[in-house]
Design a protein around this ligand. Sequence first.
Ligand SMILES: NC(=O)c1ccc[n+]([C@@H]2O[C@H](COP(=O)([O-])OP(=O)(O)OC[C@H]3O[C@@H](n4cnc5c(N)ncnc54)[C@H](O)[C@@H]3O)[C@@H](O)[C@H]2O)c1
Length: 353
Amino acid sequence: MSKLKIGVIGAGSISELHFGAYAKNAQVEIHAVCDLNEERAKEKAKQYGAVKTFTDYKQLLADPEIDAVSICTWNNTHAEISKAAVEAGKHVLVEKPLCKTVEEAHAVQEAVRKSGKVLQVGFVRRFGTNTNVAKRFIDSGELGSIYYAKATVLRRLGNPGGWFSDVERSGGGPVIDIGVHVIDLCWYLMGKPKVKSVSAVTYDKLGNRSHIENLSFYKAADYDAAKNTVEDMASALIRFENGAALSVEASFTLHAKKDEISVKLFGDQGGAEIEPELMLVTEKHNTILNATPQIDHLTFDFEAGFRREIEHFVDCCLGKHETISPVEDGLELMKILCGIYESSAAGKEIQVN
Ligand SMILES: NC(=O)c1ccc[n+]([C@@H]2O[C@H](COP(=O)([O-])OP(=O)(O)OC[C@H]3O[C@@H](n4cnc5c(N)ncnc54)[C@H](O)[C@@H]3O)[C@@H](O)[C@H]2O)c1
């Protein structure tokens, strides 16, 4: 059988995990790379054996040999490139967030539905072993009904600079960049309840703290600390129509002792901590039990997560499954993310529909 030919659009930091995962997949051939920065595209093409490079994504999409694309570009280009790709007959794996606004998300959804192509949103944490083990317990009803979740992702120092800190290109700061992962994880494990309202605060008290020395952090391929128009920190309460709620905190910088990631779900029969380490909490014979599963990775393993995300995407392109991370979920997440910014700007709880 001939191989699925892949084009990767955007050859910066995260593309390395896409390239690495495609390179390990026997069903695909990495065929083309596109980046505004020609040298960067050529470097990745050489490293991964792609035969074509482009600096204009439209030219890549016009190539009839390409079956599917990964979109690893700035957030402000996700909607435009996703729509153009499905309209050109390509399957799409688009990095999170799906786009910058709810309006854009609706337009992408409409284009995907018209095209009949696969569009998978890069909610990579759905592919973690810790997530999947927890999901099996939740789906079997062992935690009962999940009525509350708490997600925290705090960086002491971690504004990636460049486009990430330019609100025009990113759409926002820690909420849309790292909060999105833990919000999605909770929402997915809670059974994707319909969002009712959001009450949030965002702060920009500390700036990007580019003067700090001796502490390294994730940086955009074109790191530049000169511009920073995004929030430093946010806190939100999201209410769902079924009565459940999710509390979230996310920061790029904060006067905190250490970085923190924590994802917890509470049901009426039991609880689960997904991060920093998977643990299930239950009750037996009038005693509370903390149960630690014996699995290879209790926390999220990036390399394995991306490998599984891309294996799943490729299988969906080949018609073997329906994606577990469809455009509809990308749209619901945009409602939550934009709701957080809207509520903070309004200074009150806002209704989401
Ligand atoms: N899933 C994850 O855990 C994860 C982690 C980091 C970043 N991301 C997402 O991946 C995307 C890229 O992030 P990054 O960290 O790689 O950023 P980056 O700045 O390192 O790389 C982005 C690349 O895209 C290129 N680019 C931008 N617009 C383009 C266009 N129109 N056509 C072609 N190339 C274009 C840039 O030149 C750059 O090389 C973002 O959407 C980000 O949210 C996801």
